[in-house]
Every structure is written in structure tokens, then in C-alpha cells.
Write a protein that binds this ligand. Structure first.
Ligand code: NIG
Ligand code: FE
Length: 416
């Protein structure tokens, strides 16, 4: 058992077991000044520094260590609820071409993009995929991420999709961070099925989903429902099958064009619809009515120079908004959630408080982790970050450097 004392600003987010926050409540981050926390794997007590010693005596707590925060800030660990962190190869040359004017879609149409990562991922061994993903996860944790969602989707055949999902299992065993896995067989169409897309959707439904569900390798099923990729009908068929096999739904939605993917997410009772750059007003409304989390990925708009999602409209109409990296080798090669917080304030026009809640509690809710993570409250896991700063505002103001002094996951300091 340990305590941290002399915390200038403890950002709890909530202490009343709220599963998520919306609207005006997004500006209330439940801050305590001059605070202390007592924890083992879980949080046992939260209060003022001046009450720490009395509490230890009264409750007869046996502490191994009292850490002096030296008037620094403590916030909940970030939850990165949308990543493609397991992949083979590298697309730096594509990025160079994009800087010279080629667009993401043009490169994809020439057989680059997702397809080039599919080739490299099919060729890579499990160990190679595990090692490169481990480096990214280690770096993400050092930048404050304590929970991840990781998707397959660079295999597009049953064997490689299973290989990717098994690598995600290996990562779950290696890292103390919480990891949820998502089957994204419907990411792109494999070259073998380029001229018979419906046949690949049939294969996903008749063979891939049943096998992956049987092996218990995925928590969620996702599909890239967008212009040039999966149609609404494809998405509906895939999601209905996934639900029959016990997988929950999260989806790439309206990233490249407005195709009604957010409405489909609402119809299917998805946990989350992600990207939403071109979502319609109907889609926004349907998501709100069905508690579908709107996961915004500003790193992608930044990296492939697309417009930003209309976060203001999505928030002001009462939707549950979460933030994530979309970490992947093509459209957003970034594992650092602090980068996403900067972009959310400057380019999504979210307040600092909205960005903090979006990257903690609301993201945890989208992964069904809100009972363990997302806020600093008694009973939840002791997974939080000590910043180098006196105020959380510095985290946004001083952009481009790592603000994390210490990362605690389930009570233990992360020291890989
Ligand atoms: O979320 N939209 C689809 N998939 C990824 C891009 C993947 C890639 O380019 O490798 C995304 O942006
Ligand atoms: Fe994505």
C-alpha cells in the first residue's frame, strides 16, 4: 500500500460513479487542491494532504511508501480507444509522397495504403509483429496511456487476422495496461476479392467471425463503412453476424464521406462510431439517442490533411465524446495521447476539460472499462499519471514535450 501526498491538483474527473459525461458536465473535472491519495492496486482513499496522517492512523493502514508529489498534478491515465498498433512494414515513403502532393486516397488506389501494410503483415512473423507493437505500446504508456483498444485488419485472410489477434493476446500478457481487441477483417478488401466484394463479406460472416468468436480472440467487431470501402449493407450484414456470435460493435464511420455509417452504428447498438468527419445531423442525433460514443481522432485529420470532425456540434447536441489516436502506419502514425489532447483543443475546439474527460472517462466507457478506469475515485484501479506541472493547464499550453513524470498502472509505477 502506498500514498501520494502534496498533490497541487488532483483531477478526479468524477467521484460519483458516473459512467460518462456529456454537455456542460464536460467542464467539471472534479479538481481537489492540496490532495493526497492512498492506494494498493485500487484507490482506497482520496482527500486533502493535511488529512493523510490522521486517515492512516484511524484506518490502521500499513503503508510501504509515501510519495511526495512536490506540488505536481495527478490525472487519470489516458484510455486510447482506437488503435491499429499491430502491423508489419512501414510507410514512410508514402508519407514523403503525400508531402509532395499525392493524396491518401490516390495512394490507396495505386495499391499502396492499407494494401501495402497487408502485404507486409502477411509476411511478418508473430514475433516481429509482437516486437514492433511492444515498442509502440511502451512509448504510449510512457506518454500516459494505461488502456488500449487494438484492431486486427491488416491480414484480410483468416490466418493473418488470427495471427494479429494472437499478437494482441501476447501484448495483453506482457503489459500491465488493459488491452481490448477488435476484429477488423472488414478494413479493406483483399486483392483476391477485389472483383467480388460480396464474396469476401460472405467469407467474413460464414468463416472468419465464427472462428474468431470460437477462439475468443476478440471483444469487438469493427468495419470500415465508407465511400470506396464497405457499404451500409455490408456493414449491417457483418455487424448482425458479429452480434449473433457475441461480439460488440464499434465502427469506422463517415471518415471519407457522409455515407450514413453513424446511423448504422446507432441502429446496431454500437458502443462507438469513430472518425465522423462527414457525419450528418441525422447521424449525430441517432448516435445520441442510442448512447453510441462519438470517438474523434484528430490525429488522422492532421496527418492526412482532412477536415476536422465538427466536435462542437457533436458535443453541444449532447453526445458522448471520446478521443483516441487511431495509431496506424498510414493515416496517423502517433501513439502519444498528449498530441491528441493538443489537437482536440486547438483544432476540434474542445475545452481543456472536455479533452481530459474525452480521453479518460468517456473513452473508458466506450470500452466497457468505466468501472475500473477513467477517473480517480475510490474502488477504481490506481492507474494514474503524475505530471511535471503544477496545473493541468500546462499539459495543453506547453505543447510538444512529454509532461509525464510517473505512470502508475494498477498501483505499480511503470518502469519498463
Ligand atoms: O482509421 N480508416 C481506416 N483505417 C485507418 C487507416 C489505416 C491505414 O491507412 O493503414 C484509419 O484511418
Ligand atoms: Fe482507424
Amino acid at each position: 500500500m502506498k500514498a501520494i501526498t502534496n498533490i497541487s491538483s488532483l483531477i478526479c474527473i468524477t467521484r460519483s460513479n458516473q459512467p460518462f459525461k456529456t454537455k456542460e458536465d464536460l467542464n467539471n473535472i472534479d479538481e481537489i487542491n492540496n490532495a493526497a491519495v492512498i492506494f494498493d492496486e485500487n484507490i482506497l482513499w482520496i482527500g486533502k494532504s493535511r488529512d493523510l496522517h490522521n486517515t492512516i492512523d484511524e484506518k490502521n493502514y500499513q503503508l510501504d511508501e509515501i510519495i511526495d508529489a512536490n506540488q505536481k498534478t495527478v490525472i487519470p491515465g489516458f484510455v486510447d480507444s482506437h488503435t491499429h498498433i499491430v502491423f508489419g512494414g512501414n510507410r514512410a515513403n508514402e508519407f514523403a509522397r503525400r508531402l509532395q502532393g499525392a493524396t491518401y486516397i490516390e495512394i490507396a488506389q495505386e495499391g499502396g495504403g492499407i494494401q501495402s501494410t497487408v502485404k507486409a503483415t502477411r509476411l511478418a512473423s508473430k514475433q516481429e509483429l509482437f516486437e514492433s507493437a511492444s515498442q509502440l505500446i511502451d512509448s504510449a504508456i510512457k506518454h500516459g496511456t494505461v488502456a488500449f483498444e487494438i484492431k486486427s485488419g491488416y491480414g484480410l485472410d483468416l490466418d493473418t487476422e488470427i495471427k494479429m489477434l494472437e499478437v494482441i493476446q501476447m501484448l495483453k500478457n506482457k503489459f500491465p495496461a488493459e488491452i481490448k481487441s477488435t476484429f477488423l477483417g472488414a478494413h479493406d478488401f483483399p486483392i483476391e476479392f477485389q472483383h467480388d466484394r460480396d464474396a469476401y463479406v460472405d467469407l467474413i460472416c460464414s468463416e472468419m467471425i465464427p472462428e474468431i468468436a470460437k477462439l475468443k480472440l476478440a471483444d469487438y467487431c469493427d468495419a470500415f463503412v465508407d465511400k470506396g470501402y464497405y457499404t451500409i449493407e455490408h456493414g449491417r450484414k457483418i455487424f448482425e453476424t458479429a452480434k449473433k456470435f457475441g461480439l460488440e460493435i464499434r465502427t469506422h464511420a463517415d471518415e471519407l464521406d457522409c455515407v450514413g455509417a453513424a446511423e448504422l452504428a446507432a441502429e446496431m447498438g454500437a458502443k462507438s462510431a469513430d472518425h465522423l468527419l462527414f457525419v450528418s445531423d441525422y447521424g449525430i442525433d441517432a448516435m445520441r439517442k442510442n448512447n453510441v460514443v462519438a470517438t474523434l481522432l484528430p490525429g488522422t485529420s492532421f496527418f492526412i490533411r482532412l477536415p476536422y470532425a465538427n466536435a462542437r456540434k457533436i458535443i453541444d447536441t449532447g453526445n458522448i465524446v471520446a478521443l483516441a489516436t487511431d495509431c496506424n502506419p498510414g493515416s496517423s502514425f502517433n501513439e502519444n495521447m498528449q498530441m491528441i489532447l493538443w489537437l482536440a483543443t486547438l483544432n476540434l475546439r474542445m475545452s481543456m476539460e472536455e479533452a481530459l474527460i474525452g480521453s479518460t472517462l468517456n473513452a473508458a466507457y466506450s470500452l466497457d472499462l468505466h468501472n475500473k478506469l477513467g477517473s480517480i475515485e475510490v474502488g477504481k484501479e490506481a492507474s494514474f499519471l503524475m505530471l511535471n506541472d503544477v496545473s493541468y493547464k500546462e499539459l495543453f499550453y506547453h505543447y510538444g514535450s512529454n509532461h509525464i513524470a510517473k505512470v502508475f498502472i494498477k498501483g505499480a509505477e511503470y518502469t519498463y
